[in-house]
Design a binder for this molecule. Structure first.
Ligand code: ADP
Ligand code: MG
Length: 347
């Protein structure tokens, strides 16, 4: 009896020892998210990822009354206890406002609301209304403090923060921590334009990720090959409304209070991933997200100057309004010829 069971037992063990690919698509943070994990316990990893994203949305959402961000935004200047991770995200956001000469600024919230982007109640605010709100856009108004083990934040009265330009990137850093904790060799996450390529594909080849053609979002203007990297694209085509024949998109130039009049149609920022656990601190995914938004606001020349200045180890793919695609040397990018853009790989 014992002997005849042995082959069955052995077969079961072999089956259970097999890695498989688990894929899941969820809707969270106002966008479609996809996870793909190749591992023996891939289902558990994907379940943890989904749970983590839901936790983050509950902390970071501006439209959920019970979130930490809402508590801060409605405190009317009072000090608010927040979690370490929201505290460090605000700290990073504030530093990035300085690093980008104000192009990225999470205190854009009152202006984003005036345009109805946060609430999806779109309208064109008057210049007077925008001028009244302009002084509220100032990251110096974010005060962060620590008292024992408690993390505290406050804003100036009337100010509010909108983490829409950085939250998905931070979420991708949190997903990276799960890949690392679970010792996953091959996986992928796409959080509404925020890509994390974990290792390569299961067959060893790099992940191939399409860059949308901003003028025809059904098509691609190029393909990136990624391995152990983040790639984030920002563009005015992602979220917009039309009024009297004018298109208004959701990336706001803090200097004008209006949708950025960029000479770029999209900006893709690529960075390598870290090899260490971030544990609530911000990593390259967070940086890619904020910087893709900021470089879109800055426009072509300032974006390339920012890249050349070398302050961050990043690579870029820029799609310009006058029909060019520009990529920097560290990125494996192949343009799609039929998209009609001219292509320049700069050195
Ligand atoms: P998406 O959310 O489509 O991926 P982005 O990462 O570029 O696009 O972020 C755009 C979002 O960031 C807006 O919806 C708004 O919530 C917020 N935002 C808009 N303009 C700015 C800005 N200049 N700085 C920081 N956040 C911004
Ligand atoms: Mg962004």
């Amino acid at each position: 009896m014992k002997r005849s069971l042995f082959p069955v037992f052995f077969l079961l063990l072999t089956l259970c020892g097999c890695a498989k690919t688990e894929q899941q698509t969820i809707f969270a943070m106002n966008t479609v998210m996809e996870f793909s994990v190749h591992d023996k316990a891939a289902e558990d990893t994907v379940a943890r990822m989904t749970q983590r994203i839901n936790e983050l949305e509950a902390l970071l959402s501006r439209t959920r009354e019970e979130s930490e961000v809402s508590a801060l935004n409605t405190a009317n200047g009072a000090e608010t206890p927040i979690s370490f991770e929201v505290w460090s995200l605000l700290d990073t956001a504030r530093a990035l406002t300085n690093a980008t000469d104000g192009a990225f600024d999470v205190t854009i919230a009152p202006i984003a609301s005036a345009w109805g982007f946060a609430e999806e109640a779109f309208r064109v605010p008057s210049r007077e209304e925008l001028n009244t709100l302009a002084p509220l856009v100032n990251s110096d108004g974010i005060t962060l403090a620590q008292n024992g083990g408690t993390y505290l934040a406050s804003l100036q009265p009337g100010q509010a923060v909108d983490l829409g330009g950085i939250a998905k990137g931070y979420a991708s850093d949190c997903i990276a921590d799960i890949f690392l904790e679970d010792s996953i060799k091959s996986g992928y996450a796409s959080l509404g334009g925020n890509i994390l390529a974990w290792g390569g594909k299961n067959d060893g080849s790099p992940w191939r990720v399409g860059v949308k053609d901003p003028s025809n979002t059904e098509a691609l203007c190029g393909v990136l090959e990624l391995r152990d990297a983040y790639a984030v694209t920002s563009g005015g085509y992602e979220r917009f409304f039309e009024e009297n024949g004018v298109t208004y998109h959701h990336i706001i130039d803090p200097a004008t209070g209006a949708p950025a009049e960029s000479d770029l149609l999209s900006v893709t920022v690529v960075m390598d991933r870290e090899d260490t656990l971030l544990e609530g601190r911000c990593g390259s995914g967070t940086l890619c997200d904020a910087l893709s938004t900021a470089l879109f606001v800055m426009g072509e020349d300032a974006a390339l100057d920012f890249w050349r200045s070398g302050g961050y180890d990043l690579d870029l793919v820029l799609v310009t309004a006058d029909g060019r695609i520009i990529s920097t040397p560290g990125v494996a990018f192949a343009p799609v010829e039929e998209s009609g853009y001219s292509y320049e790989a700069i050195s």
